[in-house]
Design a protein. Structure first.
Length: 96
């Protein structure tokens, strides 16, 4: 990827509400505002994986050498972890 992205990984008070583990309302509003102001996207800390980093790219033309990876199906049955099934991808046919 190329271009400048907003980086909200810093532990700043103004970003705290964006990292709510159960609601995306505030973070989606924040992203819509950035998109409306012409932002390329943002880099943020993962809420689900400690130490993980994520990128939301609003401009697909900024991504290069994109490759299709595996496809997965996620099914939630009312609580707990989802049942994850690999549908297809590099290295063979579908698997569980």
């Amino acid at each position: 990827m190329s271009g400048a992205f907003h980086d909200i990984r810093a532990e700043q008070r103004e970003y705290r509400a964006l990292y709510h583990p159960d609601s995306y309302e505030t973070s989606q509003r924040f992203a819509r505002d950035l998109l409306g102001r012409g932002s390329n996207g943002l880099v943020y800390r993962s809420v689900r994986h400690a130490g993980g980093k994520c990128l939301a790219c609003f401009r697909p033309r900024l991504l290069s050498t994109v490759r299709v990876g595996s496809h997965y199906e996620y099914r939630w049955h009312g609580g707990g972890a989802p049942v994850i099934r690999r549908l297809s991808g590099p290295g063979g046919e579908a698997g569980v």
